[in-house]
Design a protein around this ligand. Structure first.
Ligand SMILES: Cc1cc2nc3c(=O)[nH]c(=O)nc-3n(C[C@H](O)[C@H](O)[C@H](O)COP(=O)(O)OP(=O)(O)OC[C@H]3O[C@@H](n4cnc5c(N)ncnc54)[C@H](O)[C@@H]3O)c2cc1C
Length: 508
């Protein structure tokens, strides 16, 4: 139990116990935290009392190292030796006030701050060593106003949950292609998904945000209030404070025409050429994303989403089908919220066509993951050949993704409208690997790192910020291009001490 006072213990009993004992006798978890603080060279006098006061002042839980949930909660999706960190405190906030108090506590006690919503950061920046994770995943309210064509969403909501709620009302917000992704990190870094060409990035559809800055100011950012901050937050990442709620405009969309086409993995190179040519002339409403099925052998999955008029869908999708007969064709009218849910039909097909793994599987000692992405201006034949040869050298557990083709609405607005780059016809890709035993970490991670390096000559200098797995100053500056100087000015205005630096850090 993470709270500083137990479930069956009243606040008064807890306070009494802590006053009767010395600070170090509080509970085992606080003692453990004290050790950590000592090793972090902090002033530990009275820390137990301070922690207890903090724990009682918030409605959420405070998790410390000795707590049962701590080990699960310290882990992020991209968990690997680089992100295997032990925060001193995980503050599981339940209210906006909890967030404000957590920031204040961390800053007063010189604790490094990591901010977490969906925990999907590809660089695993939503955890830290010895500091405080401010976890917003319990903030889960969604308030849809169909009359105002808007939705107010708490920071802890994931894309899938929002998409499902909206689909009941026949409306959408442009979100990520993967339902697991948190709306917070997604929106603050731009947000590229199934209706990108038709409705723009997630950030383009934000009306307002509620944010708490490092100084504890609770601000509203919109095109009428704190306009400079509103601009910075629509792509500048977690650099300016902690956003507790987002308001988006919603768009009418009851159905899309889309789904999976499966091909043998050997066709990847040929399919990338086809993808390049098809997307160059695609209508704004068409997005196609390539991924790999988790099967033996792996299959190439092309997922199409056409969000235009259903009567023209057959004509629009006909060129996609021209590539050749797929192993499986699952394209049909569907709700957007159902698009990525693997239907029983597809999973049956994949299972029926998978061979059992040979050899005895290695015993697992965890779930590890490493993910790195980049942005490419165009898929030239040399880029495709290099990409395919990277995959030929992949160890078990690999996957790749290609998509987020930039066209249509996001490219029609001014390049300075929000901080992210919007180069027409560019697309993003990633190399990812998952493994189950720490002895495989080195080889698995080396494959991803080597592949990204091999592809370097073909990339655009600025990687889409949510796919950037580097905090190097030049990589962050490149990701924002001409918008970087303005972001730096705003960083010094809103977070001069760089309290929020576990992100793609903008240096003031
Ligand atoms: C499997 C997978 C699929 C993906 N698919 C897509 C996709 O289709 N389209 C796309 O555009 N991106 C995609 N991404 C990238 C994704 O957008 C980013 O990883 C994003 O940052 C995840 O947000 P999160 O809230 O889940 O992550 P978290 O790890 O919780 O947060 C990421 C970072 O955002 C900041 N942050 C988080 N919450 C807040 C907050 N409330 N206030 C201030 N700062 C905050 C912090 O700096 C934090 O380190 C994908 C990533 C993965 C792993």
């Amino acid at each position: 139990m993470g709270k500083l006072f137990g479930k069956h213990q009243s606040r008064r009993q807890f306070v009494r116990q802590t006053t009767l004992t010395t600070g170090g006798l509080l509970v085992a978890s606080v003692a453990h935290a004290l050790e950590r603080f000592e090793s972090a060279d902090l002033d530990t006098d009275g820390l137990g009392k301070t922690l207890a006061t903090f724990g009682m002042s918030i409605q959420g839980n405070v998790l410390l190292a000795a707590d049962a949930d701590y080990d699960g909660m310290r882990r992020v999706l991209s968990f690997n030796p680089q992100t295997d960190k032990y925060p001193a405190i995980i503050s599981q906030c339940k209210t906006t006030e909890d967030v404000a108090r957590s920031i204040e506590f961390a800053r007063t006690n010189n604790l490094e701050i990591a901010v977490r919503s969906g925990a999907c950061d590809v660089m695993g920046q939503s955890t830290c060593e010895g500091g405080m994770v401010i976890d917003l995943s319990s903030l889960q309210k969604i308030e849809l106003s169909v009359e105002n064509r808007s939705v107010r969403v708490d920071a802890g909501v994931r894309c899938g949950a929002l998409e499902y709620t909206l689909s009941d009302a026949g409306v959408v917000v442009p979100l990520a292609c993967n339902p697991m992704v948190g709306i917070s990190g997604l929106t603050l870094g731009g947000g590229l998904g199934w209706v990108l060409g038709k409705h723009g990035t997630t950030a383009d559809n934000v009306i307002a945000m509620d944010i708490i800055t490092a100084d504890g100011d609770q601000l509203r950012a919109s095109d009428k209030q704190n306009e400079d901050l509103f601009w910075a937050l629509r792509g500048g990442g977690g650099n300016f404070g902690i956003v507790t709620a987002f308001e988006y405009q919603v768009h009418q969309l009851t159905e899309v025409y889309g789904g999976f086409l499966l091909y043998p993995i050997e066709m990847l190179g040929e399919y990338l050429q086809f993808y390049r040519d098809i997307m160059a002339n695609a209508p704004d409403e068409l997005m196609v994303e390539l991924s790999i099925s988790p099967s033996n052998p792996p299959m190439l999955v092309a997922t199409a989403c056409y969000s235009g008029n259903v009567t023209s869908s057959q004509a629009v999708l006909a060129p996609i089908r021209k590539f050749g007969p797929p192993l499986f064709d699952g394209i049909r009218p569907t709700k957007l919220s159902q698009l990525t849910a693997i239907t029983k039909e597809v999973s049956n097909f994949i299972t029926a066509n998978s061979k059992p793994e040979t050899g005895s599987p290695k015993e697992s000692d965890g779930h590890y993951n490493h993910w790195r992405g980049a942005t490419i201006p165009s898929w030239t034949d040399s880029a495709i050949n290099t990409f395919v040869s990277c995959i030929e050298k992949a160890p078990a557990g690999w996957s790749v993704g290609v998509g987020h083709y930039m066209h249509g609405v996001p490219c029609a607005v001014n390049a300075q409208a929000t901080p992210i780059l919007r180069d027409e016809h560019s697309s993003s890709y990633f190399f990812n690997i998952s493994w189950g035993h720490s002895s495989e970490s080195e080889d698995s991670m080396a494959w991803v790192d080597r592949s990204i390096k091999d592809m370097q000559p073909f990339n655009r200098p600025g990687t889409y910020i949510n796919y950037l797995s580097s905090n190097a100053p030049e990589a962050v500056a490149d990701a924002y291009g001409k918008n970087y100087p303005r972001l730096r000015e705003l960083k010094s205005k809103y977070d001069a001490e760089n309290s929020f630096h576990l992100n793609r850090n903008i240096r003031a």
